[in-house]
Design a protein around this ligand. Sequence first.
Ligand code: FAD
Length: 237
Amino acid sequence: MKAGIFTTTIDKIIATGPELKHFHFAFEPGTVFDFDAGQFVNVLLPGPEAGKTIKRPYSIASAPSRKGGFDLCLKLVKGGYATTYFWAIKEGDKIQIQGPLGRFSARQPLPKTLIFISTGTGIAPFRSIINDLLEKGTTCEIWNIFGNRYEGEIIYKDEFDALAAKHPNLHNVFTVSRPKTWTGEKEYVQFMLKKHISNPADKHIYICGLTNMINAVEATALEMGFAKTQIFYEKYD
Ligand SMILES: Cc1cc2nc3c(=O)[nH]c(=O)nc-3n(C[C@H](O)[C@H](O)[C@H](O)COP(=O)(O)OP(=O)(O)OC[C@H]3O[C@@H](n4cnc5c(N)ncnc54)[C@H](O)[C@@H]3O)c2cc1C
């Protein structure tokens, strides 16, 4: 679908961690908004100067099957314009968005194994893609390698655990780099790739988050024998 500009209403806000929020956006009745899992929207916010708009991209965190709206998950950036604005938003407030945008979707034909690697809110497009693939009955093996600093930051953990219980082809690897009481994996995501994945044949890797992490994962994947054509990423900074 060609990108357009839409007025949405924030109909639910869920604080999922000290600096993390999950937002439900609702379209006006009758709105048609078709997107591919993995795409993003620009939010259009009133800027500090009258008449000027501030635009920021955010990955859609819900699957395309969710009709009438979509979800975003945001991390508060200290001093950041858009995230500070979003932290003051209340349910019922209206926001303009532009979209759908981007090409960060699962490439067809699908390989035997898909590996999704993210940190923080980089999980957003993968929540959309993984749900979409499973809803469509994929038989691909799916690895969801998700890193955070603290255990309290693992957004959607219960949901991914429930999905894996239902779909044996989904393998979640949660890793926490600065654990408090966490007894699970503790290494950075690139080490999780090395630990859980061996032969690169018939596999695609998707990486989402901040540049430093993406570069580290890509370097590890190339070392492991993956070709650049098997690696896709979306940089948030
Ligand atoms: C395609 C795409 C999809 C994105 N999806 C998401 C998403 O789903 N959820 C989400 O939370 N963000 C996402 N981002 C990042 C988002 O667009 C903003 O950059 C981020 O929310 C900061 O915006 P801001 O206006 O609050 O901060 P700004 O006012 O733009 O920045 C303030 C300062 O913080 C630095 N900064 C910017 N972003 C970060 C960061 N993430 N961590 C640390 N420092 C930072 C900037 O360099 C700047 O110095 C995405 C970015 C892209 C390109």
